[in-house]
Design a protein around this ligand. Structure first.
Ligand code: 13P
Length: 347
């Protein structure tokens, strides 16, 4: 028996997941924790303050036309409670743009005891109460990220199992609260592994995740999967081209992800903004009509980074940065349709 049978409101969960996956749009990840956001600011000489973080998120949310390509945005606890300079709550800005609000609820990846070099994501304690508060604030979906590192003799089965179990417990709690869970097992691109090795590990990780989702009675029609693309490791001397990445990624998903899942929204994971768009586009061109789920984006860096490099904390650059952000959102909206053209690369 799945949650479909035991929970009221599964229809709403499925409808929300479908709305997140609407044609030509994707999910904007803007849920960087304060340490992650500060680290990115630090590299560009931007002050690492609450006000700078608020200013950056305001710039994003006030980008004209963002809702044309973005169905939903993932916020962080600090951000969901903030307001624009004129006092408009960020949640009201999102509503005005027709963008669904979501919230990151994991407490970060920590060292996994007994497993040197591997991590497990924390955050289940008091999650039921936190989800109820976020739902009451208006959050319609949530995100939990698990991190799988590739290297000599890793990932271990213990690491894959612990992370899959955490994701499934989180997903069931979300659905109990009327919130669509984004289930994010990220196999990192760091390392010198080949495309084939990444495919093998990604398939193992996804199989474990879906076993655990089944055990925890998660309603697959009311969730979104956020995986890594299957890539050659960042230090691998042979880098697979976009078509190879597209085929390797979709073939792994076909083996491990049930067709009941409405959508797959990829993380960018440190790829350049252009490569992320090209690879997503290749999937939607080559697998048009053949994949059972929507294939879209849930990028943070591959949407935000080029715009942040223009802004650099300078108020006079807000308009220019918003143009770049809009452009990247548009490129990915086109890639979601399989209509991205390389000459769209430059704003
Ligand atoms: P990147 O697209 O920068 O990998 O971020 C996606 C995300 O939300 C990570 O949890």
């Amino acid at each position: 028996m799945g949650l479909l049978e035991i929970l009221p409101g599964t229809h709403d969960l499925a409808a929300t997941a479908q709305a997140m996956m609407q044609a030509g749009k994707g999910i904007l990840a803007m849920d960087e924790s304060n340490p992650t956001c500060n680290r990115r600011f630090g590299k560009l000489g931007i002050p690492q303050t609450v006000d700078a973080r608020r200013g950056w998120r305001e710039l994003i949310l006030m980008t004209p036309g963002l809702g044309e390509f973005i169905s939903s945005a993932i916020l962080y606890d600090e951000t969901i409670r903030q307001a624009a300079t004129d006092g408009t709550p960020f949640l009201a800005l999102l509503a005005k743009a027709g963008i669904l609000p979501g919230i990151k609820v994991d407490a970060g990846a920590k060292e996994l005891a007994g497993h040197p070099g591997e991590k497990v994501t924390e955050g289940l304690d008091r999650l039921r109460e936190r989800l109820a508060e976020y739902r009451q604030m208006g959050a319609r979906f949530a995100k939990w990220r698990a991190v799988i590192t590739m290297g000599k003799d890793i990932p271990s089965r213990g690491c894959l199992e612990a992370n899959a179990h955490g994701l499934a417990r989180y997903a069931a709690l979300c659905q109990e609260a009327g919130i669509v869970p984004i289930v994010e097992p990220e196999v990192l691109m760091d390392g010198d592994h080949t495309l084939e090795q990444c495919a093998e590990v990604t398939e193992a990780a996804l199989r474990m995740v879906f076993d655990q989702l089944y055990e925890q009675r998660v309603f697959l029609e009311g969730m979104i999967l956020k995986p890594n693309m299957v890539l050659s490791g960042a230090d691998c001397p042979v880098q697979a081209d976009a078509d190879k990445v597209a085929d390797a990624t979709v073939n792994v998903l076909l083996r491990a992800v049930p067709a009941a899942v409405p959508g797959v929204a990829f993380l960018s994971g440190g790829q350049s903004a252009e490569l992320a768009s090209l690879r997503l586009n290749a999937m939607n061109v080559r697998w048009r009509g053949k994949a059972p789920w929507a294939l879209t984006f849930s990028f943070s860096r591959a949407i935000q980074q080029p715009a942040m490099e223009v802004w650099r904390g300078d108020a006079s650059q807000v308009g220019a940065a918003q143009k770049v952000l809009y452009h990247r959102a548009m490129c990915n909206g086109m890639a979601r349709r399989g209509e991205y053209q390389p000459d769209m690369r430059n704003a």
